[in-house]
Design a protein around this ligand. Structure first.
Ligand code: ATP
Ligand code: MG
Length: 409
């Protein structure tokens, strides 16, 4: 009986892994160049870490289970809460701000479809300790640089959940958070009927809809000011100033609500222009406060998570491969072949026969696996300290000394 993979999971074959690693490498390089250092938290955590303030959407999606000791645990659905938990437990004595990045798998019980899996990977950063617009600008520009360097066509939208929260401040907390979720899902019909249902007055209703529809250049701040005259727009303006100076292209979008309840200020999302259909959101982030909920001091932070699998799906990175060499040997010379292979491995990928095949079959295998060169170890050449080298792309073959061999490879 064949055993299938669990629903919503994937196997990654070597070609795909090679591509994923190449993308990962770019992300790491850029994050590190901004001073971010990698962290890793456990794959599973106490369930309550995610239920404290993650928003209802994520609770339904959590892979939760009891362990043999009866503890309520969950596979991490995201890494922001775990990283802040780690910060509270281990890092409060470290100089602020802290710059962390992570690359890890996450688990959500979702309906699997293109770009939506039950196990998927996120690459993200958390900048902990600053509530300044400078921190938001840094994090947004870092996300932008990564997507730009990966040559993805995307639209970056930046908003501020403070505006919506300000409008909804007099409503019951649960009602407000449900409204935020409907806005996040762009479920306008659902929003209309929910506003009817909860008898939200018509002025507020109009303000909500006008605000949510505001998408555009910096000028929309003026329109937003008309809707919410007593809101302080200086923070978002400063973020814009810096991004403009960096030539980061973006749109302001005051309809961004974000699914998770912990965001407090600037929020942003990036959408791929093509190749992903409905699941086109490839990055989400913003500033938030979580540390006080996990027993730490109230500490501002800003971060983002890139949807690695969606990015891998559309990104065309060039995979740089090492030269591939097959050392082919006549029967009885396997020891020599293994020795020559060892000598070459710091310059190339080198494989030897382990199937006890004849020379012809070894060469044909070398072609099958797309090798660049075959080094043929034969009795006669070996007696003169030489081997034959065959270029498998051109078919050209020559006999070289061991020293010359190193130059060829
Ligand atoms: P979506 O609205 O698409 O479900 P989300 O708001 O739940 O996304 P976040 O929690 O912000 O997503 O996660 C950050 C990124 O992780 C998303 O922008 C997306 O690219 C990716 N992502 C989220 N859920 C999945 C999933 N089930 N499979 C693959 N990628 C995902
Ligand atoms: Mg989701």
């Amino acid at each position: 009986m064949k055993i299938e993979r669990p629903r919503g999971t994937r196997d990654f074959l070597p070609d795909e892994m090679e591509k994923r690693r190449a993308i990962e490498k770019v992300m790491r390089r850029i994050a590190e160049s901004y001073g971010y250092r990698e962290v890793l938290t456990p794959t599973f955590e106490h369930l309550e870490l995610f239920t404290i303030k993650s928003g209802e959407g994520i609770i339904e999606e959590i892979y939760a289970f009891k362990d043999k000791g009866g503890r309520d645990l969950a596979l991490r659905p995201e890494l922001t809460a775990p990283v802040i938990r780690m910060f509270v437990n281990e890092c409060t004595g470290m100089p602020k701000p802290l710059r962390f990045y992570y690359f890890a798998n996450c688990f959500r019980y979702e309906r699997p479809q293109k770009g939506r899996y039950r196990e998927f990977w996120q690459f993200g950063v958390e900048l902990i300790g600053s509530a300044s617009p400078l921190a938001d600008a840094e994090v947004i520009s870092l996300a932008y640089r990564i997507m730009d360097e990966l040559k993805i066509e995307f639209d970056l939208h930046i908003g501020h959940v403070g505006l919506l929260r300000h409008l909804l401040r007099d409503l019951d907390e649960n009602v407000a958070s449900k409204i935020m979720r409907l806005i996040d899902k762009k479920d306008i019909e659902g929003l209309e009927s929910y506003l009817d249902e909860t008898k939200v007055d018509s002025d507020l209703r109009d303000s909500i809809f006008s605000l949510v529809e505001l998408v555009g250049s910096r000028d929309i701040i003026e329109s937003a000011r008309e809707i919410i005259p007593n809101f302080d727009f200086s923070h978002i303006e400063k973020v814009c100033d810096i991004l403009d100076a960096l030539d980061v292209e973006y749109k302001l979008d005051f309809g961004i609500a974000r699914g998770l309840d912990y965001y407090t200020g600037v929020v942003f999302e990036a959408y791929a222009r093509e190749g992903l259909g409905a699941q086109n959101q490839i990055c989400g982030g913003g500033s938030y406060r979580l540390a006080h909920l996990f027993g730490g001091d109230d500490t501002p932070a800003t971060g983002f998570a890139l949807g690695f699998d969606r990015i891998a799906e559309i990104c065309k990175v060039e995979v740089v491969r090492k030269k591939k060499v097959v050392v082919v040997s006549f029967k009885g010379l396997e020891g020599e072949a293994f020795k020559i292979a060892s000598m070459l491995r710091n310059r190339a990928v080198v494989v030897t026969d382990v199937m006890e095949r004849n020379v012809k079959k070894q060469l044909s295998y070398a072609n099958d696996i797309n090798a660049d060169l075959a080094v043929i170890v034969g009795e006669r050449e070996l007696r003169d300290g030489k081997v034959a080298v065959k270029d498998l792309k051109s078919g050209e073959q020559k006999t070289v000394s061991m020293e010359e061999l190193l130059d060829v490879i």
